[in-house]
Design a protein around this ligand. Sequence first.
Ligand code: 5GP
Length: 201
Amino acid sequence: MTGGQTVGSAEPRIVVISGPSGTGKTTVVRRLIETAPVAIVKAVTATTRAPRPGEADGRDYHFLSPDDFFRSQTEGRFLETAEVFGTGTWYGTPRSEVERAQRLQAWSLLEIDVRGALKVKRQFEDTVMIFLRAASAEDYERRLRQRATETDEAIRSRLDRMREELRYADRYEFQVINDDVERAVAEIGGILRQREAERNA
Ligand code: 5GP
């Protein structure tokens, strides 16, 4: 084991859910936390972007200044970091979040981008990797445009990002189609229950 030693003696149970903006990822993650058949805690990750209306520090993200973010990075406090939109916006998963879930003997759910996901998988090879897809390409754009907080430029950048993320889909163990939230959530729950049974066997 490599990075496992930095978090605890046993390899933490981690599930990563990635997928382009506009897949309904946030809703699926929320429902999964509410209904999952295994103990699971969503990691609150850190970002240098500004909060959107309605977002709270410490609940939706740890909103950090670039200085604080890079200091934490230098101090080795992140499991992974990524500059997600190539526009100077950084995101990172605090190690402390995974440790928190471990203390609760729960899965850590990381809703992070594809490059960050692969970095986690390299450190913890048992990480369950789930790529969430919208039912169709039109769905992505429609959902993105409904999100009134985004400017046209931000939407364009997210659509570019979507195309990039889709190129990584094959690297994921599971691809789940979000044609129906409850069905997708049940599918992910089933994957976790099975993996937990395998680990306990
Ligand atoms: P948003 O700014 O819309 O909340 O999130 C943008 C993207 O950043 C999403 O794809 C989300 O999964 C990803 N993201 C959020 N937190 C992290 C993190 O800690 N690390 C990485 N690599 N990506 C993250």
